[in-house]
Design a protein around this ligand. Structure first.
Ligand code: ATP
Length: 275
């Protein structure tokens, strides 16, 4: 049984408190938390809860974090993997990894399964793009569909999948009883960035008032994701340490922001060269 990388069934310590912003997404996800905590309430009414949801948004916006925090809120085990992990050179490995993942989930129910980059397996058929031959990918997708159909909502397994392209997914994945709900996870606006900075500034020893720094940084970072913000906060602390300062100050954050912007520009260049 190989589920890699990521989480293999521990109950996460992170909760919604660690996820800044994303208020609407949290409201939608809250229903799953309630269901995992009090399944009888739903069963008694004969309600069938969706088996899962697609978390749709750009990389680094907190999809994995939100899925994990949902498990933390509900105090249930969390299993995570990436769609690209299902795709292997060896025939049959993908489908068997999918079956293993769901077997473990069922054995540990109630629990949450998160499949990041679902598009790696779930791209609409006939679109190509996978060098190892499409049969293996299709077989893996079929295994996933079979597993999704193979449990009822009373099994207590909730499946979330992350993607930044819902439009390229095979329609079969989006049918009722599968990923029939979509939760949008967008890049944060200035208020969202402020809140995310507050979360990631929390562990640092700061030279100024935390909300002053967060406000200033939020206005300096349009277009940044939560992952970029986490990165800036850590870089700033590293810069302060390198300069032997006992507190992290605004100049460290400014230098860190430049450094992260430099990294993003480089990444974009590489991406545009590949296209
Ligand atoms: P990918 O699609 O690339 O897997 P993702 O959307 O799943 O990205 P995460 O892996 O959840 O993004 O985010 C990376 C890190 O960025 C998180 O571990 C966290 O430190 C930080 N982060 C992202 N969004 C938020 C947020 N809303 N609040 C707090 N931290 C965040």
């Amino acid at each position: 049984t190989v589920i890699r990388p990521g989480d293999r069934g521990k109950t996460p310590k992170v909760t919604f408190n660690d996820v800044a912003g994303l208020d609407e997404a949290k409201v939608e996800i809250m229903e799953f938390v309630d269901f995992l905590k009090k399944p009888e309430k739903y069963r008694r009414l004969g309600a069938k809860l969706p088996k899962g949801a697609l978390l749709v948004g750009p990389p680094g916006t907190g999809k994995t974090l939100l899925a994990k925090a949902t498990a933390g809120e509900a105090s249930v085990p969390f299993f995570s993997t990436s769609g690209s992990d299902f795709i292997e050179m060896f025939v049959g490995v993908g489908p068997s990894r999918v079956r293993d993942l769901f077997a473990q989930a069922r054995a540990n129910a109630p629990c949450i399964v998160f499949i990041d980059e679902i598009d790696a397996v779930g791209r609409a058929r006939g679109r190509g793009g996978f060098a190892g031959g499409n049969d293996e990918r299709e077989n893996t997708l079929n295994a996933l569909l079979v597993e999704m159909d193979g449990f009822t909502s009373s099994t207590g397994v909730v499946v979330f999948a992350g993607t930044n392209r819902a439009d390229i997914l095979d329609k079969a994945l989006l049918r009722p009883g599968r990923f029939d709900r979509q939760v949008l996870i967008d890049k944060p606006d200035i208020r969202g960035r402020y809140q995310i900075f507050l979360v990631h500034l929390r562990p640092l020893k700061l030279a100024d008032d935390v909300s002053t720094i967060a406000k200033r940084l939020a206005s300096l970072t349009p277009g940044f994701t939560g992952a970029d913000i986490a990165n800036i906060c850590n870089e700033a602390a590293l810069i302060a340490a390198r300069d032997n300062r006992s507190q992290v100050g605004m100049s460290d954050f400014e230098a860190a922001t430049d450094r992260v912007i430099g990294g993003l520009e480089k990444k974009n260049k590489v991406i545009s060269r590949e296209e």
